[in-house]
Write a protein that binds this ligand. Structure first.
Ligand SMILES: Nc1nc2c(ncn2[C@@H]2O[C@H](COP(=O)(O)OP(=O)(O)OP(=O)(O)O)[C@@H](O)[C@H]2O)c(=O)[nH]1
Ligand SMILES: [Mg+2]
Length: 218
């Protein structure tokens, strides 16, 4: 896969602090596409100043931002990664290489760096959801696709409809239904490098995610 064929979609809600480091770690040749979701901390300006293309998505929600990024991308392959510095874009080429080996989607499995604070409810929720994905959907996964790589058109054709935090989970369920070859690879998971947690580190985010997950998986 030529490097110029990959767009890295970064869904962002107030990630101005961590974005510069994340953008600096994007492999050369890959195109960075920041989807700004009503940030109030200058995320869009910081993204532009560090060479990323910026798309604005006014409809709130992680899934809204990701979908807008995939639609706006013009390359045959899209990667999606958090913009909080907890995951390393430098690991993306290893995932992209699995597409060349026949995978339809390659997903990361977060492996905590020593000393990482990872709330127990987030770990437990992920474990429960993945158990269900393995049992009911026969998907060989142990994480909910925190970073992932797919072919753009195939992803759009899947028709994922969730626009909040259920998006990655619905993607996995639809991929299973479509008999996609899903490959999981370990990726390093560290603390966010700036800004504030929107999901696992906040009560509101955790409850929203749990409700969204349950709607998809029940
Ligand atoms: N566009 C958009 N992005 C979001 C929303 N919620 C979370 N994100 C992004 O999704 C990614 C993951 O959110 P985090 O806040 O890091 O959630 P988390 O990983 O559970 O929490 P941390 O422990 O702080 O890492 C980040 O890049 C956020 O900016 C949202 O409502 N809209
Ligand atoms: Mg995070």
């Amino acid at each position: 896969m030529p490097d110029c064929s990959v767009t890295v979609v970064l869904p962002c809600l107030n990630e101005a602090e961590s974005l510069p480091g994340v953008l600096a770690a994007i492999p050369s040749g890959y195109q960075a596409l920041v989807v700004d979701n009503n940030s109030t901390d200058g995320t869009a300006e910081v993204a532009r100043a560090h060479g990323a293309t910026v798309v604005s998505e006014p409809r709130p929600g992680y899934g809204s931002a990701v979908h807008a990024g995939v639609v706006a991308a013009t390359t045959p392959v899209v990667a999606v990664i958090d913009a909080d510095g907890s995951l390393d874009p430098g690991e993306l080429p290893a995932l992209v290489a699995e597409l060349d080996r026949g995978a339809d989607m390659v997903v990361g499995r977060r492996r905590a760096e020593p000393g990482l604070r990872w709330p127990w409810h987030a770990r437990l929720g992920t474990a429960a959801v993945c158990w269900r994905l393995r049992q009911r959907h026969r998907l060989p996964v142990h994480d909910i696709a925190p970073m992932r790589v797919t072919r753009r058109q195939a992803l759009l054709d899947l028709g994922v409809a969730d626009r909040r935090s259920g998006y990655p989970l619905e993607l996995l369920v639809r991929a299973a239904a479509g008999d996609w070859h899903v490959v999981e690879r370990n990726v390093r998971y560290g603390p966010r490098t700036g800004g504030r947690s929107k999901v696992s580190g906040s009560l509101r985010g955790s409850v929203t995610a749990a409700v969204d997950f349950w709607r998809v998986i029940s």
